[in-house]
Design a protein. Structure first.
Ligand SMILES: [Zn+2]
Length: 321
């Protein structure tokens, strides 16, 4: 059973899910995520104090070196708790409040966690961002260069700055994987970014539903299957399909009722990912199993996950460096 007592949708043994971007707030959410098949998640820290919180969550159980192996206080269904991959970065909303030594502290956090990715960083030209664009760009590019130097994947937040993100990736000739989280760009921009030398991945969440289906559906179908990921972006990004989406994809008409029953209509959690998978598979016009397998494989590759646990690939890169 999931939160709210709703029966979990059936999951095949192969259908493990990877939440490619979230902001985990408590361990109880790990157990509920495991019950619907979430076997790994990338947890993002957005500012200096947040990095310590993310590191603590990983150390306390479900950390990347543990291979999902927190104590098996596990789930009632017996599933192991998900592996948690830490990510540390300076989000554009916190750029205005950064300390003078923020970049050195970020480097230290990444070096202390060889399995960690760099995230969340990015560019935001929306009204919620206090930092000016020039200082955002400076902080973003510094983090991209740090990720390249340390050979870490990057999780990118991008609001009204798709062209600028594209230009930065091209200018810096990044070769580490870049995950554009909660991607909502146009189909044309998706194709342009997918063609870069930088391996760019497109991670989809409930934010997709803020776009009209006429714009979003061609975009989802423009994402190459080997560059697709799914994420909860919890606690943001609740799935709440508006009528236009239910009209365009009537096979999703069960979603609002199930999400309400699971207590996920307003408050988002990583366990939403089973329903995010249904949304993305319907939008892509592909079977759920195919999308589950592809997104799992893609995220494992990017975040250094092996069948034995997360982090082996990252450690290998470090020892080569
Ligand atoms: Zn985020």
């Amino acid at each position: 059973m999931t939160a709210g007592g709703h029966p979990a949708p059936a999951t095949s043994p192969r259908a493990r899910l990877f939440d490619a971007h979230c902001h985990l707030q408590a361990h109880c959410h790990l157990r509920k995520a495991a019950e619907v098949g979430v076997a790994a998640l990338a947890c993002n820290g957005c500012w200096q104090d947040d990095w310590a919180r993310v590191a603590e969550l990983c150390a306390d159980g479900g950390g990347s070196s543990g291979g999902g192996g927190a104590s098996s206080s596990g789930s009632s269904s017996g599933a192991a708790l998900p592996t948690v991959v830490p990510n540390f970065g300076l989000h554009p909303w916190w750029v205005a409040r950064r300390s003078p030594d923020w970049l050195e502290r970020l480097r230290a956090a990444l070096l202390a966690h060889p399995t960690a990715g760099l995230g969340e960083c990015g560019l935001d030209r929306g009204p919620r961002c206090a930092a000016g664009y020039a200082e955002q760009l400076e902080a973003f590019e510094a983090q991209l260069m740090l990720a390249q130097e340390l050979q870490r994947p990057v999780s990118v937040h991008c609001v009204r700055a798709y062209g600028a993100v594209h230009d930065a990736l091209r200018r810096l000739a990044l070769t580490v994987p870049v995950v554009l989280h909660s991607w909502t760009g146009a189909a044309e921009m998706t194709a342009v970014l997918a063609a870069l030398r930088t391996p760019v991945y497109f991670s989809l969440s409930g934010h997709l539903l803020k776009q009209p289906p006429a714009k979003a559906l061609p975009m989802v179908r423009a994402i190459p299957l080997d560059r697709l990921m799914i994420e909860s972006d919890s606690p943001d990004g609740a799935l709440d399909p508006p009528p236009a989406w239910l009209h365009a994809l009537p096979q999703l008409s069960h979603l609002p009722g199930e999400l309400r029953a699971a207590g996920l209509a307003q408050l988002n959690r990583p366990c939403v990912l089973r329903w995010t998978l249904q949304l993305v598979a319907a939008a892509a016009g592909r079977p759920e199993e195919e999308v589950a397998c592809a997104t799992w494989d893609n995220a494992c590759r990017v975040f250094g996950c092996t069948p034995d646990g997360v982090g082996a690939a990252a450690k290998q890169l470090d020892s080569q460096g």
